[in-house]
Design a protein around this ligand. Structure first.
Ligand code: SAM
Length: 303
């Protein structure tokens, strides 16, 4: 595959490089803002699951805060530095990371918390949806500690079978909850974004990091009647914007001539690096499947 073929297949990938964004995801946040004016009046924001950092780039350029720390970016992966963005490397589902973030906002809460977190997908839909929900709830838990009243929370969500449970939990804390799908998010993906505005926790609610928000005592299938919350679904991004599921010719419709642009910021320590090095040396082991082994040898497979 030539290095230009991805540019042809994915117009947002190409435009991201040409506009200096570290990832095509930047367009998702920009299109969400077009619809919901997320950045209006925002001076302090948290970007959870931020690497390689295109949402942090957008935030640091669009919001009115000054100096380092008006945007706090958190990710498992190391991220190349960005001006005005304070970075925390850690797992948002871990207490120690949550505490570090919360400490930063003590006495000076945030206006906006965003989370574009995605677990490594397994292809097992139920598992992927569950993991995604855990990430979202970890992000919500952090948001309840750092958001100021009226603040906004935006998080990636997988529109799976049990998504109404999540909507119901979000509605406990926000006066408005919507599900939005930006043009730059592929139709073929179950990804969408929960846009929660007007942070307004129930009276007497005390944020507590020791109590996970996902309440396993719920029976998912019994959410009906008044407990079943149906949230509005909104698409955003101009309808004339590029369709993320289409391939476009390399010369764009506005007549601009194609010129290859390298990625703005290649990942500094990607998790697949070790596999690439092993592959180059021809030392990447092939998966051993039980059906390929002679009968009776399966128990001796390496663990
Ligand atoms: N919004 C980012 C941007 O614009 O550059 C892209 C985010 S990428 C789709 C998802 C990120 O979620 C990955 O960088 C991954 O490391 C991070 N992630 C997944 N699980 C996490 C966790 N438990 N804690 C922190 N980050 C996590």
């Amino acid at each position: 595959m030539g290095r230009t073929s991805k540019d042809k297949r994915d117009v947002y990938y190409r435009l991201a490089k040409e506009n200096g964004w570290r990832a095509r995801s930047a367009f998702k946040l920009l299109q969400l803002d077009e619809e919901f004016q997320l950045f209006q009046g925002v001076t302090r924001a948290v970007d959870l699951c931020a690497a390689p950092g295109s949402w942090s780039q957008v935030l640091s350029q669009k919001i009115g805060g000054q100096g380092s720390g008006h945007v706090v970016a958190v990710d498992l992966q190391a991220m190349a530095p960005l001006p005005g963005v304070l970075q925390i490397q850690g797992d948002i589902t871990q207490l120690s990371t949550a505490k570090e973030i919360i400490q930063h906002f003590e006495g000076c809460p945030a206006d906006l918390v965003v989370c574009d977190g995605a677990p490594d997908v397994t292809g097992l839909h139920d598992v992927d949806e569950y993991m995604q929900a855990q990430l979202l709830l970890a992000a919500l838990n952090i948001a309840t500690h750092v958001l100021k009243p009226g603040g906004c929370f935006v998080a990636k969500i997988f529109r799976g079978r049990d998504v109404t449970l999540i909507y119901s939990q979000l509605r406990v804390f926000f006066s408005s909850v919507l599900c939005a799908k930006p043009r730059s998010s592929r139709n073929s993906s179950i990804e969408a974004f929960a846009v929660c505005q007007g942070y307004d926790p129930p009276e007497g609610f005390l944020p507590d990091l020791t109590k996970p928000l996902l309440d396993h005592s719920y029976d998912f299938n019994q959410l009906d009647g008044p407990t079943r919350i149906i949230v509005p679904f909104v698409t955003c991004g101009d309808l004339s914007a590029y369709d993320s599921d289409r391939s476009y010719p390399l010369d764009l419709e506005d007549g601009s001539e194609y010129k290859y642009t390298p990625p703005t910021q290649p990942p500094i320590s990607p998790p697949y690096q070790e596999a690439c090095t092993l592959k180059k040396k021809g030392r990447l082991a092939k998966e051993i499947r039980p059906q390929d082994c002679p009968i009776g040898t399966v128990d001796t497979l390496p663990q």
